[in-house]
Design a protein around this ligand. Structure first.
Ligand code: ZN
Ligand code: ZN
Length: 439
């Protein structure tokens, strides 16, 4: 039933009137200091001068870390640097926090890591060298390292390079095994999903090697609102609290934190503008793709439209998802997905599970009339008894879709590459777990 009380549903304008935006045409003073001229309007109504905005954002960043009580002075955090506006801001906020002389000073240590995935985006070696030298300059205030995304397929012992020029780009080029894997994946949605998951796994590997107990990502509220919508569309709704929460502890001994999750993309842009920081343009897998070319791109363009016309709605999407928690009755916390490491959400015995629904739908779509009649009298256990086999059985619902999106004509090349990687990874985890017991 429509709840607006007008006796019928209104148009979009009635339901979501465009927000009234304050502009700064008149010389308005910043109400925080009453001294400087206002330069920025946030949330369509709050005016800030440059000094007050920088003070507010620095305070917001340190308060988010302080409130979580997760960072200890002896911790070492790995900053996942991508060259984006938000990762430039993240490095600068940490650097500023370390320079303070008061008790608010950041005491934990950090190192920055950049993953070169230029071969997946088909960049030439000289383009990659140019990007990497810009990245190196941006990370120069911290201990920093480079890795190539191809190393996510190698043994669980990625080599980290402290100098961008040492990266063996010729070895990790377009015709390597990683591109063979990506070429077998037919949809851009699955290619983007696979790349993001391999990047996260490589960051975990690097963090362990560098003795880091935390990973910081630079995802803003706007990025996370996009991720929420995209992940629901990708069938990853069960893991939303892990994928967008402040902290994510799905990996043993390692916590991923998102300290910019209360920042909007507009706040980040102004932070960089006032600090003279320029983002590094790194072409990615989806840079030139159509805005509706993948589920992630469609979610991105939807949220970007909201950000322009209805900025508070982005925050509503984010806050609504923030109230969700993991439903442990439908997940299996003891078993994690071999690819994304989240608890498995593939219990097909539950009538309401996505897996059960998908299997039922597939069965009904492919069935003849006689088979359909038989299905109507069959219990849901029988309907969902066709268990997935092989590599897919160890993957969550969303990760299984990557395998399903691989070309069958390639005779399982992609699946084989992925299987080998995941087997090597789980062997190495096992070796690590038992090494203390081996004499
Ligand atoms: Zn001010
Ligand atoms: Zn998964």
């Amino acid at each position: 039933m429509c709840s607006n009380g007008s006796g019928g549903c209104g148009t979009t304008e009635d339901l979501m009137p465009e927000e009234v935006k304050l502009d700064l045409k008149e010389d308005k003073l910043c109400p925080r200091c009453n001294t400087n001229a206002g330069e920025v309007v946030l949330r369509s109504k709050d005016i800030y001068c440059k000094t007050c905005l920088l003070h507010y954002l620095n305070h917001k960043f340190r308060a988010a870390l302080g409130k979580s009580k997760l960072m200890r002075p002896q911790d070492k955090a790995l900053i996942a640097f991508s060259g984006s506006h938000s990762s430039m801001a993240l490095l600068h906020l940490i650097h500023e926090g370390m320079q303070l002389s008061s008790h608010k000073r950041i005491l934990f240590s950090v190192c920055a890591v950049y993953i070169d995935d230029g071969s997946v985006a088909k960049l030439s070696i000289s383009e990659r060298r140019k990007v990497n030298s810009g990245v190196q300059a941006a990370m120069s205030n911290f201990e920093h390292y480079f890795i190539c995304i191809e190393q996510s397929l190698g043994p669980n012992n990625a080599t980290l390079y402290s100098n961008a020029e040492e990266l063996p780009l010729d070895k990790y080029s377009e015709d390597g095994e990683l591109n063979k894997l990506f070429e077998t994946v037919t949809t851009l949605s699955s290619r983007q999903y696979l790349l993001q998951t391999l990047r996260q796994n490589l960051l975990n590997q690097a963090a362990k090697k560098l003795n880091c107990t935390k990973i910081f990502t630079a995802e803003t509220q706007t990025d996370l609102a996009t991720k929420i919508i995209a992940n629901i569309a990708l069938g990853k709704g069960a893991h939303i609290p892990m994928d967008v929460g402040f902290s994510d502890d799905r990996t043993d001994d390692l916590i991923t934190l998102r300290p910019l999750r209360d920042f909007s993309s507009k706040e980040v842009i102004y932070y960089n503008l006032f600090n003279d920081l320029a983002a590094i343009h790194v072409p990615s897998l989806a840079t030139l793709a159509d805005p509706l070319g993948s589920l992630q791109k469609a979610a991105e363009s939807f949220v970007s439209d909201l950000q322009t016309n209805f900025p508070s709605t982005v925050s509503t999407v984010f806050r609504t998802a923030d109230k969700l928690s993991l439903d442990l009755s439908t997940l299996d916390p003891a078993k994690s997905c071999a690819l994304c490491k989240a608890p498995l959400d593939t219990r097909s015995d539950l009538a309401s599970s996505s897996m059960g629904a998908t299997k039922f739908s597939r069965l009904v779509s492919n069935a003849t009339r006689e088979e359909l009649n038989a299905v109507q009298v069959t219990s849901s256990d029988d309907v969902t008894s066709q268990e997935t086999v092989g590599l897919q059985s160890g993957l969550c619902y969303a990760c299984q879709y990557v395998i399903k999106d691989m070309k069958s004509s390639q005779e399982g090349v992609g699946e084989e590459i992925l299987r080998k990687t995941l087997e090597e990874e789980s062997l190495s985890v096992m070796e690590n777990q038992i090494k203390d017991f081996i004499l």
